[in-house]
Design a protein around this ligand. Structure first.
Ligand code: ATP
Ligand code: MG
Length: 625
C-alpha cells in the first residue's frame, strides 16, 4: 500500500487502522476497545489492553536476537564505548529494577532521572518501565533550579543520578547540583540513587543517598517480573523545551506510545529488526526517549547513543561511528548540522557511508543552505521532520519506509499516519486555502503516541492546547502554509511573527534570507517595537569567520534581505555577535532577544544554554548596531 492509501485509511477508519497496527507489539491482555472518546479531547487508545514498554523493548527480543547489539554507548568525553546485547540489556534492566524495588519503588511511583546521555540512563528508564514506575528524565545539563522545579512537579520517590557528566572534556559533578536542588525542593525524594562512573567524588548524605554499585551486588541475578499496565496508564513525564515560556510536563501513555513508535520505526525511519539507528539527541529530550531508547528497541534494532560534542575529537566523529556500526538511519538536528557546516566537508567524505540511507533532522526550522550543504556532503536524502515533545513522534514527515516521496527543501513534508492536520486562518477561524498562511492544528482525537495530558494539570492541557479556536482543535501555535501538493511549510511560531506597518512577516523567512549571505553562520530575527511602523525586523547574526569586517557584512545582509523579500522586510538594525542565545535543546530564544532589544526583562531563562550569549547580545545592543 502506498502513502496516500495508507494515510486515508488511518484517518478515515482509525479504529480498523490502529487495531491492525496494535498487532506490532505484544499485549498481555488485548485491547477491549481500540478508541474510547466519550470525554473529548481526552481519549483512550487501546482501552482495557495491558502491556509494558520494557517487555516490548527488551524481553520479547530475547529468543530471536538475544545476542544482537541493543545499545551502543559511545562517549567521546570519557573515551569509552559500551556495547550491550539484548540479553545483557535484559540482565542490567532486571538488576536495576530490583534495586529500585528494594528502595520501595512500585507501580505509579515517580522516579526522576538526572543523568548524562549514557547506556546507564537508558537502563534506568527501562527499569522504571518494567515495574510500572513513571520516569521523569531531566536533561543532565540543567542547573539545580530547573531540577528542583521538575522534582516538585513530579514528587518522586527516588531520584537517580550519575556522579558526573562531561562537556567538552570538562567534568561536571552532578551530585552537588542534586544536593542543591533537593535543598530547594518542597517534595524531595526519600532516596537518591547514585550511579557512579568514577568521574567525580560523591558527597553522601547518610540515610538518603545510596550507591548503585553497592546495592546491585545483592540483586545481580534478580528476575523482576514485568508489571502489566493498562494501555492508558502513564509511562513517563517529560518537559517541553521552554522556548516560549514555562515548560509543560507532558504525560505519555503506554500502549498508544508503543504502537505509534513501532509503526514509525519502519514507515518513517525505514528500520527493520537488526538494523542500526543513530540519533544524536539526548535522553533529556523527546527524540532521545522515542528514537534512542523506546523506538529502536521496540523495533528490535540497534541504537547508538553518543555522548560528546559533534566536533570532538574531530568533526568527523559521527560519520566514523556510522561507518563502524553500519548505521542505516541517522537522526539529528539542524543546529548540529550548522555546527558541522563550519568545518571542512572532507571530515564527512573521508568515511565509508555506503550503509547510510537517510539523515533525518528535526526540532527547528531546517534552512535550505544547511539542508543543501549536508545533502551534498552525504549524497543521501536529508529529510526534515516536524514534531513536538507533546506529540512524541513525527507530525509532518516523509515516510520512505512506506513510499519515498520527493523531498522539497523548506518543508517537513506530508501528514504522518493518523494525524488529521488542518491549517486555520487565525482571523476567520476557517481553513486556509493552499498557499495561504495559517495556524497548524491537529483535529482531535490526537492519534496514539501523543500526550494524554499535562502531568497533574488537565486544565493546563485544555487551555494550552485546545483553547485557541471556537472548534475543539489542538495547536501549539506554529504558522504553516500548505502547498497544492499537500506539503506543509512551517513558518515559525505565531509569537515569532513581525508586524511591519500592517505586513505580517515570519521571522523564519527573514532569517533564511539573512543566512543566505555567504559570511553568515546563523541568524535570529525578531520584531522590535517602532513608533512609526509598529514593529521593525532586527537581526542578530553570527559569522562563519571572525576576520570579515562586520559593518560591511551588516550592509550586505540588509541588501540581501531587501533584494529577496522586498523593502518591508528590510532589517532596521543588524547586530553581529559571537553566539546566539539558545535553549539547551538548541532552539533560538527569540523572545529573550526581543525583550532585550525592547529594554524589557528577558523572561524565564531556566532553559538557557549559555548565559554569556545573552550578555554578549546585551553588550552589542549597548554598543549600537
Ligand atoms: P515550549 O513548548 O516549552 O515553548 P518548544 O516548543 O521549543 O518549547 P519542543 O517540543 O522541543 O518544545 O519543540 C517543538 C517545536 O519545535 C514545534 O512546535 C516547532 O515550533 C519547532 N519545530 C520542531 N520541528 C520543527 C521543524 N522540522 N521545522 C520547524 N519547526 C520545528
Ligand atoms: Mg512548544
Amino acid at each position: 500500500m502506498g502513502y496516500e492509501a495508507m494515510y486515508r485509511r488511518s484517518v478515515e477508519q482509525p479504529e480498523e487502522f490502529w487495531g491492525e497496527m496494535a498487532r506490532a507489539i505484544d499485549w498481555h491482555e488485548p485491547p477491549k476497545k481500540i478508541l474510547e472518546y466519550d470525554n473529548p479531547p481526552f481519549r483512550r487508545w487501546f482501552a482495557g489492553g495491558t502491556t509494558n514498554l520494557c517487555h516490548n523493548a527488551v524481553d520479547r527480543h530475547l529468543d530471536a536476537r538475544g545476542d544482537q547489539l541493543a545499545l551502543v554507548g559511545w562517549s567521546s568525553e570519557t573515551g569509552t564505548v559500551r556495547e550491550l546485547t539484548y540479553r545483557q540489556l535484559h540482565r542490567e534492566v532486571n538488576t536495576f529494577a530490583a534495586v529500585l524495588r528494594s528502595l520501595g519503588v512500585g507501580k505509579g511511583d515517580r522516579v526522576v532521572i538526572y543523568m548524562p546521555h549514557t547506556v546507564d540512563a537508558a537502563v534506568a528508564m527501562l527499569a522504571c518501565a518494567r515495574i510500572g514506575a513513571i520516569h521523569s528524565v531531566v536533561f543532565g545539563g540543567f542547573a539545580a533550579h530547573n531540577l528542583a522545579v521538575r522534582i516538585d512537579d513530579a514528587k518522586p520517590r527516588v531520584l537517580v543520578c550519575a556522579d558526573a557528566g562531561m562537556r567538552g572534556g570538562k567534568v561536571i559533578p552532578f551530585k552537588p547540583l542534586v544536593d542543591e536542588a533537593l535543598d530547594r525542593a518542597r517534595h524531595p525524594p526519600a532516596n537518591v540513587l547514585v550511579v557512579s562512573r568514577g568521574l567525580a567524588p560523591v558527597p553522601v548524605r547518610a540515610g538518603r543517598d545510596v550507591d548503585y554499585a553497592t546495592l546491585r551486588r545483592d540483586h545481580e541475578d534478580a528476575e523482576v517480573p514485568v508489571t502489566w499496565l493498562e494501555s492508558n496508564e502513564p509511562s513517563y513525564i517529560l518537559y517541553t523545551s521552554g522556548t516560549t515560556g514555562k515548560p509543560k510536563g507532558v504525560q505519555r501513555d503506554v500502549g498508544g506510545y508503543a504502537v505509534a513508535l513501532a509503526l514509525s520505526m519502519w514507515s518513517v525511519y525505514d528500520i527493520r529488526p537488526g538494523q542500526v539507528m543513530f540519533s544524536t539527541s539526548d535522553i533529556g529530550w523527546v527524540v532521545g526517549h522515542s528514537y534512542n531508547v523506546y523506538g529502536p528497541l521496540i523495533a528490535g534494532a540497534t541504537s547508538i547513543m553518543y555522548e560528546g560534542l559533534p566536533t570532538s575529537p574531530d568533526p568527523g566523529i559521527w560519520w566514523k561511528i556510522c561507518e563502524r556500526y553500519g548505521v542505516r538511519t541517522m537522526f539529528s538536528s539542524p543546529t548540529a548540522i550548522r555546527v558541522l557546516k563550519k568545518h571542512d566537508v572532507d571530515f564527512i567524505r573521508r568515511h565509508d557511508l555506503s550503509g547510510l540511507e537517510y539523515l533525518f533532522l528535526a526540532g527547528e526550522p531546517l534552512d535550505e543552505p544547511t539542508a543543501q550543504w549536508i545533502h551534498e556532503a552525504l549524497g543521501k536524502p536529508v529529510i526534515d521532520n516536524y514534531w513536538q515533545t507533546e506529540t512524541g513522534w513525527p507530525v509532518l514527515c516523509l515516510l520512505p519506509g512506506l513510499e519515498m516521496k520527493q523531498v522539497k527543501f523548506g518543508s517537513p513534508g506530508l501528514p504522518n499516519l493518523g494525524f488529521r492536520l488542518r491549517v486555520i486562518d487565525e482571523t476567520t477561524g476557517h481553513d486556509a486555502r493552499a498557499g495561504e498562511k495559517g495556524v497548524l492544528v491537529i483535529e482531535p482525537p490526537l492519534p496514539p503516541g501523543c500526550m494524554t495530558t499535562v502531568w497533574g494539570d488537565d486544565q493546563r492541557f485544555l487551555s494550552s492546547y485546545f483553547g485557541h479556536f471556537k472548534e475543539l482543535l489542538y495547536s501549539s501555535l506554529d504558522w504553516a502554509i500548505r502547498d497544492e501538493d499537500g506539503y506543509t511549510f512551517i513558518l515559525g511560531r505565531t509569537d515569532d511573527v513581525i508586524n511591519v506597518a500592517g505586513h505580517r512577516l515570519g521571522t523564519r523567512e527573514i532569517e533564511e534570507s539573512v543566512a543566505s549571505h555567504p559570511a553568515v553562520a546563523e541568524a535570529a530575527v525578531v520584531g522590535v517595537h517602532d513608533e512609526v511602523k509598529g514593529q521593525v525586523p532586527v537581526v542578530f547574526a553570527t559569522l562563519k569567520q571572525a576576520d570579515v569586517p562586520p559593518p560591511e557584512v551588516a550592509c550586505g545582509m540588509i541588501r540581501t534581505v531587501t533584494e529577496q523579500l522586498g523593502p518591508v522586510a528590510r532589517p532596521a538594525r543588524v547586530y553581529v555577535v559571537g553566539a546566539l542565545p539558545k535553549t539547551r535543546s538548541g532552539k533560538l530564544l527569540r523572545r529573550s532577544l526581543q525583550a532585550l532589544a525592547e529594554h524589557r526583562d528577558p523572561g524565564d531563562l531556566s532553559t538557557l544554554d549559555d548565559p554569556r550569549a545573552l550578555e554578549e547580545v546585551q553588550r552589542a545592543l549597548e554598543r549600537g548596531a
